[in-house]
Write a new protein. Structure first.
Length: 108
């Protein structure tokens, strides 16, 4: 999340789903409203239930390490590799036009 490094993590997901046998005289639109999952013949489709359980178990903001400093917001340098990384203070845009002026004292 902060430094864009790949992460590896293990977690355990538990889920419970109730499936109803297809008796032939039901309306499929009723299943969507009631949240009932039905068997399709002798087949059981676990993908939607498994996907929902895994997505909800994933961390909201995954980190490579607990104390990951992230990236520099100005140049994108990885702060873990260069902890003393710094930039000069930005020039106020109202005074930026004066930055090009050089006085004789500055030339000496």
């Amino acid at each position: 999340m902060r430094c864009l490094e790949p992460i590896t993590d293990q977690f355990r997901v538990r889920f419970q789903e109730l499936y109803v046998a297809d008796d032939g005289d039901h309306d499929p639109e009723d299943d969507e409203d009631s949240g009932v999952s039905r068997l399709e013949g002798d087949l059981l489709d676990l993908e939607p239930a498994l996907r929902d359980a895994v997505v909800l178990a994933l961390p909201f903001q995954p980190l490579c390490e607990e104390d990951c400093p992230g990236l520099c917001i100005e140049c994108g340098a990885r702060l873990k590799d260069d902890p003393d990384h710094a930039h000069e203070d930005p020039i106020d845009p109202r005074w930026a036009g004066l930055a090009g002026l050089v006085t004789e004292q500055d030339e000496d």
